[in-house]
Design a protein around this ligand. Structure first.
Ligand code: HEM
Length: 346
């Protein structure tokens, strides 16, 4: 296989997009390490590290190296995202999302720079974190769509028809959207908890959000409880509807990740937010976010998986034909070749 043939393979683009999701999660965690080691002003200016030096100087010791290393990771992330963009343009697939993803990285770098220049204003630190969550959502949507979109050679196929959707599908999609919005609220309030807490990112950064940490944490935990309740409701609804196993599994995974993250949250609160646990909590926040997006995306392929006039395909497209259930209106379990398998992996 020639190099050109290799980069034209759909699976290559799909994997690079997955790498973009993972790279964004990694940079959230390493950004957290910068804050939690008090290295946020290890490079006190931007885009150079110090006045007159592109690289860290002795004066800032280990903090300079930590902050500088994190800044360099932006180049790794940029390389992955640019590769995603180039392949998407070359293959003419999901170009809009790929452009949006590529544009979001310099925007995030500039916001990070302004955060440093304002001596780690806590609202900007929170915005920097939340923008990363938005970027993860874009990268995830891109990856998911690349995995599930029909290949060009199948585009003559009939499009999905609303009337073919099972009655529960719309309700589950609505409930999944509520899950995503509640998760976003938990993330946003969590970022405010951090802004009012002790981990400012540098001993020179004294400004904090003027709210009582215990009160904001209470609100944060309350919304988490609501989120967990809605997730349980979603899982029960999905099971009662006989939804595809992969959707039910996604809901169970989301619940498990939420519970684990909740336990970490309580432990870190009662142990006065030790840096290591806060770092793990940041990774957990990314995992909860991706799991919620996964549940939402999985309800989407239920809704759009049907193909008008060919109900057997619907069953196949929804769960790969593995689980006959109430979603399968065809009543047939005949081994129609899976749409996903026909066009998904090349
Ligand atoms: C689904 C569950 C949860 C999610 C997704 C979540 C998410 C977050 C996020 C995104 C942050 C901000 C991270 C940052 O900007 O560095 C945060 C901070 C925090 N969360 Fe949670 N959280 C969850 C559960 C909990 C629970 C149950 C508690 C219990 C009280 C808790 C306590 C805290 C505390 C104390 C902080 C501030 C840490 C610091 O000072 O930096 N979290 N959380």
């Amino acid at each position: 296989m020639t190099m050109l043939e290799w980069i034209r393979r759909h699976v290559v683009l799909t994997r690079v997009a997955l790498a973009a999701v993972l790279a964004n999660i990694v940079i959230v965690v390493t950004g957290g390490a910068v804050r939690l080691t008090g290295s946020g002003l290890g490079c006190p200016t931007w885009p150079s590290c110090t006045k007159g030096s592109l690289t860290p100087t002795r004066e800032y010791a280990i903090h300079g190296i930590i902050e500088f290393t994190n800044r360099q990771l932006t180049f790794v992330l940029s390389a992955v995202v640019l590769a995603t963009l180039a392949l998407a343009l070359l293959q003419r697939r999901q170009r809009g999302l790929a452009v949006l993803l590529a544009a979001s990285i310099p925007a995030q770098a500039v916001l990070g720079g302004i955060t440093v220049l304002t001596k780690l204003n806590p609202w900007l630190v929170a915005a920097h974190f939340l923008l990363s969550m938005a970027i993860i959502a874009v990268a995830f949507a891109l990856w998911w769509r690349l995995q599930h979109e029909p290949a060009p050679r199948l585009r003559h196929e009939p499009v999905p028809r609303a009337a073919d959707r099972p009655g529960w599908a719309g309700s589950l999609r609505g409930a999944a959207l509520v899950l995503v919005l509640l998760t976003a609220a938990v993330l946003a309030i969590g970022a405010v908890v951090t802004g009012s807490g002790p981990h400012a990112g540098d001993k020179g950064a004294t400004r904090r959000i003027d709210l009582t940490p215990s009160s904001v944490t209470q609100l944060h935990a309350d919304v988490v409880m609501l989120l967990i309740g809605v997730t349980i409701g979603f899982a029960v609804l999905a099971r009662a509807a006989g939804a595809p196993e992969r959707l039910q599994r996604a809901a169970r995974i989301l619940l498990g990740v939420e519970l684990a993250q909740g336990v970490i949250g309580f432990v870190q609160y009662f142990t006065h937010v030790p840096a290591l646990l806060v770092g793990i909590h940041m990774l957990g926040a990314c995992l909860v976010w991706v799991s919620a997006l996964w549940v939402f995306a999985a309800t989407g392929s239920v809704v759009t998986g049907s193909v008008a006039g060919t109900p057997a395909h619907w069953h196949e497209a929804v769960d790969g034909g593995a689980t006959p259930g109430r979603w399968d209106r065809s009543g047939s379990t005949a081994a129609t070749p899976s749409l996903t398998r026909q066009h998904g992996r090349r």
